[in-house]
Design a protein around this ligand. Structure first.
Ligand code: ATP
Length: 572
């Protein structure tokens, strides 16, 4: 396929405000694509070059892009800068500045050049390659290539939409299940799309876990009492819940990679864990998970999350590793010596994990008891809280590892929701308001936030949030939101309210609220007959959660469950 044709698709996708039409366009795009360009088209549609777990970044700043554009077109840098200040969109600027027809390149050729730019080290090298790329592109092609390069494609296409379009390609519901399964096992939608196009559904039936491809993480549901845990799980495993970084560790021989909750490659940030895995684990190939946090070696106490989080940095990692070494409390085994463990019952995985993890200084097992007594769970919970832990995680003994899904096989119980307070909620920002009075001078008075609805792959609003941030944070937030502002409602956002500025649903914040109420103004949980759900007196309790993607926000279903939980609590 020619890159021009792909660009035309991008243009149409970008303009639609209907998610169904978006899926149809993608379907038609995938039909026309060849098998060996499927992966590239999927990455580009998502605005990426490779899936995030590969850790490859373009490394091209706006400044660098402007320079390249100036050199390629002969337009003075100053003039480009002025024009850029007006539009705020480098893709549009490239579209308007380029006067040639391009070389009618194939998708694969443009992709190869983009990858080459990402992989070249020096700035000069990058600029030269950018110039040569631009010279080969027509205005429309340049608009999208430039946006990919600076990480601002913003087509509004999510993974779920791509999965829907791929299932249309091979027909039927079972197609969707197989595609999702394969995706959950490798987190690489491009790879899945390519295999599907090459070998049809049967290729996906035989899809296997591979070291170096992170498995999408299993997630926990929440309950508000110890009794409910026992009611749901019966005899179960109960573990301490550590408040640190969830890590998935991949080892093949001496090669080790570490992935975050968000499936980003974080290997360099955890040198002590890396070397412990290399030194202490005597198996050749293994994938396992655990929670890493800083522990005070003198007292054995767990440091608060604020200390652990400092490790998330590019520089000074080794100094921090010395001062606050992390301990990885391992809790699950997903793969060992060629064997897929995700399909085995939890208790079997745990027993094997106990053989794999040597219990050294850095690598330990999560504390665990097995019980069917609510009293014992209660004691374990109280003990965990007293020692500064977050709460407990209960696990169904016979459940497989359900990659990429949240269900009651794992149940979390935290201190905060044993009281009347429901729990914090993660929401995604979909727009903002300019603000009145004192706030008007900041240019932002509040944000419109939404929860995720996985069934329809849309974001449904639950609240406006106008408090909880400091003035400095509001300013920073406005700046970040302006970078992703859109001139129309994003196709995947379902909203009755109309904020002053729409933004691409990307940033997740954690909010607290007094309660959940029914409201005709919001679309979360709204049906033809019933009003939606809304947060009452919401306030932000965190700045942007960088470890979460928009689709990781709480779901509509969870809001409804919290609403029901709260009714129960108030009746009791
Ligand atoms: P989630 O990760 O479920 O979206 P979240 O990031 O808000 O939610 P929590 O609600 O605190 O996190 O609970 C789940 C997280 O708890 C897991 O993702 C994992 O990082 C962490 N965790 C700590 N201890 C354990 C344990 N023993 N078993 C499983 N997970 C644990």
């Amino acid at each position: 396929m020619k890159f021009f044709e792909l660009s035309e698709y991008f243009q149409r996708i970008e303009q639609t405000t209907s998610r169904l039409e978006m899926a149809d366009l993608l379907h038609s795009l995938f039909e026309r694509a060849g098998a060996d360009e499927m992966d590239k088209i999927v990455y580009l549609t998502l605005g990426e070059i490779l899936p995030p777990f590969r850790g490859v970044e373009m490394g091209v700043s706006e400044r660098l892009m402007l320079e390249a554009l100036s050199k390629a077109t002969g337009i003075k840098l100053k003039d480009l800068e002025t024009a850029y200040k007006k539009t705020g969109d480098l893709g549009e600027l490239a579209f308007e500045s380029i006067r040639w027809q391009g070389r009618s390149l194939e998708v694969s050729q443009v992709y190869k050049e983009l990858l080459d730019i990402a992989q070249s080290r020096g700035t000069l090298d990058k600029v030269m390659k950018l110039i040569s790329l631009l010279k080969g592109l027509s205005p429309l092609e340049a608009r999208y290539a430039v946006r990919v390069v600076i990480g601002r494609l913003r087509l509004g296409v999510g993974e779920a939409t791509i999965i829907d379009a791929l299932s249309l390609l091979s027909g039927g519901r079972s197609a969707k299940e197989l595609i999702e399964r394969a995706y959950n096992l490798c987190s690489d939608l491009g790879l899945v799309a390519k295999r599907l196009k090459e070998g049809g559904l049967s290729a996906l039936e035989h899809f296997k876990i591979q070291v170096g491809y992170p498995i999408r993480m299993a997630l926990a549901e929440r309950v508000s009492s110890v009794e409910e845990i026992i009611r749901r799980l019966g005899r179960c495993a109960v573990e301490a819940k550590y408040d640190g970084f969830r890590l998935q560790i991949h080892k093949e021989g001496n090669r080790v990679e570490i992935y975050s909750r968000n499936l980003e490659r974080m290997t360099e940030m955890f040198p002590e864990i890396l070397s412990a895995v290399q030194k202490d684990i005597r198996f050749n190939s293994v994938i396992f998970e655990g929670e890493a946090l800083a522990v005070n070696e003198e007292t054995g106490e767990f440091y608060p999350f604020q200390v652990t989080i400092q490790r998330k940095r590019k520089y000074g990692v080794h100094e921090y590793a010395k001062e606050y070494p992390l301990v990885l409390f391992s809790f699950d085994l997903l793969y060992l010596e060629g064997e897929d463990f995700t399909v085995k019952p939890f208790i079997e995985r745990r027993r094997k994990l106990e053989e794999v993890i040597p219990n050294s200084n850095t690598l330990r097992l999560s504390e665990m008891i097995i019980t069917d007594s609510a009293k014992e769970v209660e004691n374990f919970f109280e003990d965990a809280i007293t020692r500064g832990l977050e709460g407990i995680m209960a696990k169904r003994l016979d459940a497989p590892y359900t990659a990429g899904s949240r269900n009651f096989n794992w149940i979390k119980l935290k201190r905060s929701y044993k009281g009347a307070l429901a729990d914090t909620i993660d929401v995604v920002i979909v727009g903002y308001y300019y603000g009145k009075g004192a706030r008007a001078k900041l240019g932002i008075g509040g944000v419109l936030v939404a929860v995720y609805d996985p069934q329809t792959d849309t974001f449904k609003t639950v609240s406006k949030v106008g408090s909880g941030f400091t003035e400095e944070e509001w300013v920073r937030l406005k700046h970040m939101l302006d970078e992703i502002r859109l001139d129309h409602r994003p196709a995947r956002v379902d909203s009755i309210l109309e904020p002053d500025v729409w933004v691409e649903p990307r940033y997740v914040i954690t909010v607290n609220a007094d309660e959940i109420t029914r409201s005709p103004l919001h679309t979360a949980g709204r049906t033809l007959e019933e009003p939606g759900y809304a947060l009452r007196f919401p306030r932000a309790v965190s700045f942007i959660r960088e470890d979460k993607k928009a689709e990781d926000a709480n779901t509509v279903e969870e809001i409804i469950r919290l609403y029901q939980l709260q009714k129960k609590v108030s009746v009791e």
